[in-house]
Ligand binder design. Structure first.
Ligand SMILES: Cc1ncc(COP(=O)(O)O)c(C=O)c1O
Length: 389
C-alpha cells in the first residue's frame, strides 16, 4: 500500500492518544478523574430527545437529506441568530447545516486554500484549523496567544506581505483552549483586517452560550458590514449537550457559505433529517436548559479555580467556556506536569502544547465532570504535594 504524502503531514488527533492513555490506566484499576476531551457529561434536554423519538416513529426522516440542510432547519437557525444576536440571515443562501461544526471547519479550507496558500491561525488553537489547512495543501501562519496579549492575536504584528497573501483568518472567542473572551473592539478590528487584506474571516463561535457571571458573548456578525467577509460556525454540541448528535451550522457571507455547501455536496449527504428536526426543537424551544447548563459549569469553575488557588495558583475565573487554562508549576513543562498529575494523582489533563507550541507551559482542564469529582481532584493534588507557581 502506498499512502499519500498528505498523511505524513498530520499527527494522530490529539484526543486519540489521550483516550488510549486513559484506557490503559482504567484497565489497571486506576480511578481516573478525567479533565480531558471537553464532552459535556450532562444529558440532552428531554424535549429534544422526545422530538427525536417522535420523528423516528414517523416516516419523515428516512430519505437522504440535502447536504446544506432542511429549509426548516435553516429557518430555525435564522430565527435563533435574530433572537440571540439581532443578526439577520437569509435561510436560503446564508446558512448551511453541518454534521457538527468540526465537519464544516475541516471542509472549509478545501474551498479557499490552494497548495501553498496561507491561513492565519492562532497558536494555541482548536487543532482542526491547522490540520485541515495543511490537508488542503496550505501553510498555517501562526499568531501566538499569550497571557500578555490576553490571548487575543495582535493583528498589527502580522507582516504586510503575509497579511496580503493570506486567504483566511481563523478566530475563536470564547476560546478553546484558553477560555479567553474577546469584545466587539477586537471583532471590529478583525473585520477591518479581513476587508483590507481581502481574506475570509472565520469565526468559530462554538462556545457562545457558555458565558458566566452574566457575560453573554457576541457574534462577529453583529459588527456592521461583517457579513461581507465573515463566515461563522456554531454548533448544538455544547449549547444543548448534543456532541454525539453531530449537528451545527455555518452562517454569514453568501459566497463563503455556498462554497462550503458545494464542497460538502460532493462529500457528504448532510445530517440525518431526524437530527435536524430535533435541532429545530432545540433552537426554537425553551432555552431554560441552556441557563441550567451555565449554572452547573459556573459552579464547577468556581470549585476548580478556588481549589487551585488554595494550592498556590493565582488564577482568575474565566468568563466563558468549560476550559481552564492552567500554568504549570515552576520547573515543569506541559508534558511533565501532565504525566505527574496522571501518575501521582490519577488526574487526566491535556498538555497545552497539544494545541500549538505557544501552549507550552500550560495544561487544559475541561470541567465536564461533577463538582464532587473536581473537589476530589483538588484533594488528591493537595495530598500529592502539588503546588501552583
Ligand atoms: C473551538 C471548537 N470548535 C469546534 C468544535 C467542534 O464541535 P462540534 O463538531 O461538536 O460542533 C469544538 C469541539 O470541541 C471546539 O472546541
Amino acid at each position: 500500500m502506498k499512502m499519500s504524502k498528505r498523511l505524513d503531514k498530520i499527527p494522530p488527533y490529539l484526543f486519540v492518544k489521550i483516550e488510549e492513555k486513559k484506557d490503559e490506566l482504567v484497565k489497571k484499576g486506576v480511578d481516573v478523574i478525567d479533565f480531558g476531551i471537553g464532552d459535556p457529561d450532562l444529558p440532552t434536554p428531554a424535549h429534544i430527545v422526545q422530538k427525536m423519538r417522535a420523528v423516528l416513529d414517523s416516516k419523515e426522516a428516512v430519505n437522504y437529506p440535502t447536504s446544506k440542510g432542511e429549509f426548516a432547519f435553516r429557518k430555525a437557525v435564522s430565527k435563533w441568530y435574530q433572537k440571540r444576536f439581532q443578526v439577520e440571515l437569509n435561510p436560503r443562501d446564508e446558512i448551511c447545516c453541518l454534521i457538527g461544526s468540526k465537519e464544516g471547519l475541516a471542509h472549509l479550507p478545501l474551498a479557499f486554500i490552494d497548495p501553498g496558500d496561507t491561513a492565519l491561525i492562532t497558536d494555541p488553537s482548536y487543532p482542526v484549523y491547522k490540520i485541515c489547512t495543511t490537508l488542503a495543501g496550505g501553510e498555517p501562519y501562526l499568531l501566538p496567544l499569550t497571557a500578555e496579549n490576553n490571548y487575543i492575536p495582535d493583528l498589527d504584528k502580522i507582516p504586510a506581505d503575509v497579511a496580503r497573501k493570506a486567504k483566511m483568518l481563523f478566530i475563536n472567542y470564547p476560546n478553546n483552549p484558553t477560555g479567553a473572551v474577546a469584545g466587539k473592539d477586537f471583532f471590529e478590528k478583525a473585520v477591518n483586517f479581513a476587508k483590507k487584506n481581502d481574506l475570509l474571516l472565520v469565526s468559530d463561535l462554538a462556545y457562545s452560550e457558555m458565558g458566566y457571571d452574566g457575560y453573554r458573548p457576541s457574534s462577529v456578525l453583529e459588527i456592521p458590514g461583517a457579513k461581507e467577509v465573515t463566515i461563522e460556525f456554531h454548533s448544538l454540541s455544547k449549547t444543548y449537550n448534543m456532541t454525539g448528535w453531530r449537528i451545527g451550522m455555518a452562517v454569514g457571507n453568501k459566497e463563503a457559505v455556498q462554497a462550503l455547501a458545494t464542497i460538502k455536496s460532493n462529500i457528504d449527504s448532510g445530517a440525518f433529517k431526524a437530527i435536524q428536526l430535533a435541532a429545530i426543537e432545540a433552537l426554537s424551544g425553551p432555552q431554560s436548559c441552556v441557563d441550567e447548563n451555565r449554572k452547573v459549569f459556573e459552579e464547577r469553575r468556581n470549585v476548580l479555580i478556588e481549589g487551585l488557588n488554595s494550592l498556590g495558583w493565582k488564577l482568575e475565573k474565566p468568563k466563558a467556556t468549560f476550559y481552564m487554562w492552567i500554568p504549570v508549576p515552576k520547573g515543569e513543562t506541559s508534558a511533565t506536569f501532565t504525566e505527574k498529575l496522571l501518575d501521582k494523582c490519577g488526574i487526566l489533563v491535556v498538555p497545552g502544547n497539544g494545541y500549538g507550541s505557544a501552549g507550552e507551559g500550560y495544561v487544559r482542564m475541561a470541567i465536564t465532570i461533577p463538582k464532587e469529582r473536581i473537589a476530589e481532584a483538588i484533594k488528591r493534588m493537595k495530598e500529592g504535594g502539588i503546588k501552583g507557581q
